[in-house]
Design a protein around this ligand. Structure first.
Ligand code: HEM
Length: 312
């Protein structure tokens, strides 16, 4: 990269910008580090060139890239109220509505309050037995020396865990359909995020949009059926069931100023279930797949991991 490609830190109106790319991203389209739908080479390039923080522009938006754990903690935790969620996340409202990932305060705060008991330390510990059982069953299904696709195996494992802990079910045809539809939509994610003014053309017969609409409609039917089946249960049955969906159906906003004891509407439940499914399924599978890969590259770490497992 030549010096002419980048600018030093500067004031721009009321903002102080970190150093960054002089021109908008498409201008660098021929560089090896710019490739549509593949952000990692760009991030690596920015980190190598500018260090912990850099700016660039894409589709008229100024983006500040931060790559430092302490600064990220500052943004996400210490000074979180000074920040709102960004455009690409908000775009997912077309699927996730006002779920925890896409909503801002005050809705976000209220949903956090209602959902909190379902994520309490003891509740999570309660899922541990099911998680270990699923992991052991996966391990026992492998034979020594067998070759298989680890990423695929981790997807199946995390789906099994999500099905049990979220919906109290095995990987039924219904759960597989949820995973399929979510996969279809995530496959369209880059297209959906990059599409200008998508929200206003959602009903148009554009192929990718039609595909999204159909997948979303099928998902809604399945998740709404699951919610209705929980609504039909007595409070006692809901509480004894122990899966996350039952927890959320039973949850009440005890601290709400607009009247204590309010629960979630069917729409909110749908948004949160899809959010948690999306947040907790592919992320875990990918993290596990990369963990195995990195362990395979690092025998010394495998030794330390074994040692910890043996010592408990
Ligand atoms: C290795 C696995 C995981 C990774 C890497 C991961 C990563 C993240 C990240 C980066 C965010 C912040 C998104 C943003 O606001 O910009 C987030 C939020 C969230 N994640 Fe995860 N996650 C993982 C596992 C899970 C699991 C297992 C669940 C639930 C079963 C989950 C549920 C959520 C929820 C509900 C939020 C929104 C929280 C809020 O804003 O109140 N995640 N996750």
């Amino acid at each position: 990269m030549s010096d002419g490609d980048y600018v030093a830190a500067k004031d721009e109106g009321e903002w102080r910008l970190p150093p960054g790319l002089r021109k908008a991203l498409p201008f660098y389209a021929r560089r090896a580090w710019v490739s549509f739908g593949q952000p990692i080479p760009l991030f690596e390039h920015l980190h190598k060139t500018f260090g912990k923080i850099a700016h660039y522009r894409f589709m008229g938006t100024l983006i500040v890239f931060v790559n430092d754990p302490e600064w990220i903690q500052e943004i996400l935790v210490n000074q979180a109220p000074s920040f709102i969620k960004e455009r690409t996340l908000k775009r997912m409202k077309i699927l996730l509505g006002e779920g925890l990932i896409t909503s801002d305060d005050p809705i976000h705060m209220r949903q956090r309050r209602i959902a909190a008991p379902a994520f309490h330390r003891q509740r999570i510990a309660g899922y541990a037995g099911q998680i270990v059982e699923s992991a052991a069953a996966t391990r026992d299904s492998w034979t020594d020396g067998e070759e298989f696709d680890v990423a695929e195996a981790m997807m199946q494992l995390s789906l099994r865990i999500v099905a049990r802990t979220l919906f109290d079910t095995e990987v039924t045809a219904e759960v597989l359909s949820v995973a399929d539809e979510v996969d279809t939509i995530m496959g369209l994610y880059n297209f959906l995020v990059a599409f200008p003014k998508l929200e206003s053309v959602l009903h148009w017969p554009i192929p990718g949009v039609v595909k999204f609409r159909r997948a979303r409609a099928r998902l809604n039917v399945i998740v709404e059926r699951m919610i209705a089946s929980r609504r039909a249960l007595s409070r006692e049955d809901l509480e004894s069931r122990g899966d996350l969906l039952s927890e959320l159906v039973a949850a009440r906003d005890e601290a709400a100023s607009e009247g204590p004891g309010e629960g979630m509407t069917d729409e909110q439940l749908r948004d949160e279930m899809l959010t948690i499914f999306l947040a907790g399924y592919e992320t875990v599978a990918n993290a596990l797949s990369w963990t195995w890969y990195l362990l395979s590259q690092n025998p010394e770490a495998v030794g330390r991991l074994r040692w910890r497992i043996i010592r408990g």
